[in-house]
Design a protein around this ligand. Structure first.
Ligand SMILES: Cc1cc2nc3c(=O)[nH]c(=O)nc-3n(C[C@H](O)[C@H](O)[C@H](O)COP(=O)(O)O)c2cc1C
Length: 146
């Protein structure tokens, strides 16, 4: 059983909707179990027990949200264990679309290996985004089973 942790922050629900679609995409790969973690709720044991990660945040001032930054600050202590594990990043924004830069840079800083370029949606994902967002999760889960 491949285990994916979807770790994200959402204040007004847009990134949560995206996280749910990413998780659906992960589950499309047979044998994948998904743990949803909406920050600040976090279980580091579950994080360390996962085989891959989907990391999401709203764009706050052209950066990730503070709770997400705190996650990376804390996760750095586990870089040795996380090193080489696959990840993808996702984010929502209000028009600036800068959040992926910081998510992808800090994912790399804690040792994770990005398996596919991340994806952003303007505000909540719309009907036209659904397949692409699910596809991101599918790609991550597929990278684990290989
Ligand atoms: C404090 C704050 C700062 C924001 N800064 C930006 C920004 O710099 N660029 C941008 O495109 N959107 C910005 N936004 C808009 C949010 O990124 C956007 O509404 C996002 O979809 C909210 O996600 P959520 O519903 O998951 O909380 C900001 C919103 C807030 C509350």
């Amino acid at each position: 059983m491949a285990k994916v942790a979807v770790i994200y922050y959402s204040k007004s629900g847009n990134t949560r909707k995206m996280a749910q679609l990413v998780a659906e995409g992960c589950r499309q790969v047979a044998g994948t179990e998904v743990a949803m973690m909406e920050l600040p709720e976090l279980d580091m044991e579950v994080v360390l027990g996962a085989d891959g990660y989907c990391l999401g945040s709203p764009d706050y001032f052209s950066y990730m949200a503070g709770h997400m930054k705190t996650f990376f600050d804390d996760a750095l202590a586990y870089k040795g264990e996380l090193s080489g594990r696959p990840c993808v990043a996702f984010g929502t924004h209000g028009g600036g679309a800068k959040v992926l830069d910081s998510l992808e840079r800090l994912s790399q800083a804690i040792g994770l290996r990005q398996v596919r370029p991340g994806m952003m949606c303007a505000n909540a994902p719309g009907p036209g985004d659904t397949d692409d967002v699910r596809g991101l999760g599918h790609a991550l889960a597929g990278a684990i089973s290989k």
